[in-house]
Ligand binder design. Structure first.
Ligand SMILES: Nc1ncnc2c1ncn2[C@@H]1O[C@H](COP(=O)(O)OP(=O)(O)OP(=O)(O)O)[C@@H](O)[C@H]1O
Ligand SMILES: [Zn+2]
Length: 704
């Protein structure tokens, strides 16, 4: 085993303008949590830190819209987000927030250190200003066309379409996001971090130093940034929401949100260390500490270029050893979006799938966007639960526990000699901890979880081949050996599933009555070299005997680990998404422009009447047409209507409708149509009748 290390593991600070959805979980928090849990199990000293990112323009925009204060907005979402993380078992050592005092002090001091050391350029420049709102327009307060890809709704600081980060002044056709006005330019003074001065150092550190061990999506993005040439970046803003710039004469200015947010990792570590009575500094300043940032792809530039340049400029900090950023998760083929409500929200998931956190964690890891964007679909969610978690993992455990209780009253039997099959299975089992560990250490979490499932497959196959339920009638001694081996596989699963499926692991440990070794690992509080902890559970699996459950140990009763997800549950989720689509469409539907003016005479030429459909048939060989017989009060006449794809004939007989009776007759497919039935469309594009549905309205009544 690798000797114990100190690790600082950070996960992107979620922005408090909405709750957490599956994209956040898949992109950042589940992989970070697997990594942190795994490292703790290996006996390493882990600081896994995060917190809410509560400054920046979008929060002030949201507050304005809702008529509340920015603090109200962040208080609300901080609480929701924090709860979601707890509910899904994301095992942060500390979850802080950037409005915390410790963070304001830390970020302020960090800026001041760079300022005092002359690391900033101070410059007056012309910046966008909204005359109506009497406010400078920073970042998302400006929208316009991206100079790189032409996307028309790019923000002032970053284009969501192509990911380019730019200055607001680069936008083509800029508009104020507050009033919609075209901004004017006004002079203002700001501090810039001269990224250009860090270019050659970044080249050496990342382009030369991490060509092999950083993910290619991360490396590629960084390379393209550096190849494009780096420019000084303003790190202050004219805003009133944020951390005041700690320099005389900087009243009314705050730190740029992307300057303060990553410092949030440091403040969160401080908060944790203080609570635990530890020294925070080794986690950020000791060269032997391994620092890893977990983020999604839109955060790469901030974690691989800007934040490292800040740390380098300060001088006393270590740099990340890796930044294993993920690509993006989509939902049913469309980009996840907080503003469009196109998401599976964690708090809503738990209402519909209570106690099934691990299922979501499992599916998001199995489908993680590790190398390219990936899609979450509810059908895949159901299939992975039913065919993998229930049918393989759950089934194996259930058999082992039920049979052990049935044959031996829950007591692990003493095995007899192992035959070739047993030896082979034990050898395979012993190899898994190293295989899974190697995948996790290379940030390949899908692969790692796949191997975990292979352990369950190994167990399932072993039982299916050995058939102890048949053998028990003929060879009781052999069954003892088989059940003993199966029990070792089950207990290996209990330990090795912990990083991936923490809730399942706990239930399984209780079922098998395994006490965890967590807590007796020797973790250093001094920040110096750690002592070797007692052999971790993982090491035991690959140890000489591979015995975790000794003969004579009593296990508990069987409990279901996973349950089948039914079609109706999936239909319900798909229905929710359909409703979201319809609501978005309704919101976006722009009314057609008004037609040319019609005189009263023009209008009174049209003879509109109430009619009743008395017969309806499909037009032979036509997809869209129905042949209707309509009682117009004047007569019963034939009208051909293009509504066959929206209505079944039998459903519309008896319906009251609005008929234009004096429309010039016209032949359609050889059938003469005498009039027209008025229709409109609902938000989903379905045709609906314009019907005079009041009681007592009779066919023939004139509509005017
Ligand atoms: N669909 C996604 N797939 C993978 N990672 C994502 C996804 N959406 C957000 N992330 C990552 O989650 C982390 C936290 O996201 P953040 O709170 O900044 O929200 P965001 O990127 O503005 O997302 P949204 O616009 O959906 O609110 C970031 O590192 C981001 O890259
Ligand atoms: Zn763009």
């Amino acid at each position: 085993m690798e000797s114990p290390k100190r690790l600082t593991i950070t996960a992107a600070l979620p922005y408090t303008n909405g709750p957490i959805h599956i994209g956040h979980l898949a992109g950042v928090y589940v992989p970070a949590d697997i990594y942190a849990r795994f490292m703790r199990l290996q006996g390493h000293d882990v600081a896994f830190v995060c917190g809410s990112d509560e400054h920046g323009v979008p929060i002030t925009i949201k507050a304005k819209k809702e008529g509340v204060t920015p603090q109200d907005v962040v208080d609300k979402y901080h609480a929701i987000i924090k709860k979601s993380f707890e509910e899904f078992g994301v095992s942060f050592n500390n979850y802080s927030r950037t409005s915390a005092k410790v963070h304001h002090e830390t970020a302020s001091q960090f800026f001041r250190n760079l300022y005092d050391a002359g690391k900033f350029i101070e410059e007056s420049s012309q910046q966008f200003y909204d005359e109506k709102a009497e406010q400078f327009l920073a970042d998302r307060f400006v929208v316009g066309t991206c100079p790189k890809c032409g996307f028309e709704e790019s923000y002032g600081d970053q284009c969501e379409k192509c990911g380019t980060s730019h200055n607001a002044n680069d936008l083509i056709n800029p508009k104020s996001a507050i009033t919609g006005a075209t901004p004017t330019l006004k002079e203002t003074r700001h501090w810039f971090l001269p990224l250009d001065q860090y270019e050659s150092w970044l080249k050496e550190w990342i382009l030369e130093g991490h060509k092999r061990d950083w993910k290619s999506n991360v490396y590629g993005q960084v390379k393209s940034w550096i190849d494009d040439g780096l420019r000084p970046r303003a790190v202050t803003r004219d805003l009133d929401w944020g951390i005041p710039v700690p320099v005389e004469g900087a009243e009314g200015k705050v730190l740029y949100v992307w300057f303060d947010a990553p410092i949030g990792y440091i403040s969160s570590t401080k908060e944790w260390a203080e609570r635990e009575g530890k020294d925070w500094e080794p986690y950020w300043k000791d060269e032997s500490t391994k620092m890893v940032h977990f983020i999604g792809k839109d955060n790469i530039v901030f974690h691989c270029i800007i934040f490292p340049a800040m740390l380098k400029a300060e001088g006393s900090y270590i740099l990340p050893e890796n930044v294993p950023a993920n690509e993006f998760l989509n939902l049913e083929g469309q980009k996840l979006s907080t503003s469009k409500n196109w998401a599976v929200w964690l708090h809503e998931y738990l209402e519909d799938f209570p106690g099934q956190q691990d299922v979501l964690r499992y599916v998001l890891t199995a489908n993680a966007p590790e190398t390219k964007d990936n899609d979450f679909t509810w059908k895949d969610f159901q299939a992975r639960n039913n065919n993998e978690l229930v049918a393989i993992f759950g089934n194996f455990i259930n058999r082992v526990v039920v049979l052990t209780n049935k044959y031996y009253d829950g007591i692990v039997p003493k095995p007899n000699d192992f035959n070739e099959v047993d030896q082979q299975v034990i050898a395979e089992l012993k190899a898994y901890p190293a295989v899974i560990a190697s995948s996790i250490e290379r940030y390949r979490f899908r692969e790692a979880q796949g191997e975990l499932m292979n352990v369950a497959r190994l167990g399932n196959k072993y039982l299916a081949d050995e058939e102890p339920w048949k053998l028990i009638k003929t060879d009781e001694e052999r069954v003892k050996t088989v059940m003993y081996v199966a029990l070792q596989i089950a207990s290996a699963l209990a330990s090795m599933s912990e990083p991936f499926l923490p809730f399942t692991s706990e239930t399984l440990k209780t079922m098998l009555d395994i006490t965890t070794s967590e807590g007796n690992a020797t973790i250093s509080t001094s920040g110096t070299i750690l002592e070797t902890p007692e052999a971790s559970e993982w090491a035991k699996i690959s140890g000489d005997s591979s015995e975790i459950l000794p003969p004579g140990h009593r296990i508990g009763k069987a409990e279901l680990l996973f349950s089948k997800i039914e079609d109706e549950q999936i239909q319900k989720q798909l229905g929710k998404l359909e409703a979201t689509k319809a609501a978005n469409k309704a919101e976006n539907q722009k009314a057609d422009p008004q037609k040319e003016i019609a005189t009263f005479e023009d209008f009174s030429k049209m003879d509109l009447r109430v009619g009743t459909i008395v017969e309806a048939d499909k037009m032979p060989k036509a997809n869209k047409l129905l042949v209707l017989k309509v009682n117009t009060g004047l007569d019963v006449r034939t009208i051909v209507s293009g509504i066959a794809q929206h209505f079944k004939p039998e459903d519309i007989v008896g319906k009251k409708v609005t008929v234009l009776v004096n429309l010039a007759p016209r032949k359609l497919r050889g059938v003469e149509s005498e009039g027209m039935i008025l229709m409109t469309e609902n938000t989903e594009g379905k045709l609906v009748f314009v019907n005079p549905d009041e009681e007592g309205v009779k066919p023939g009544t004139v509509i005017s």
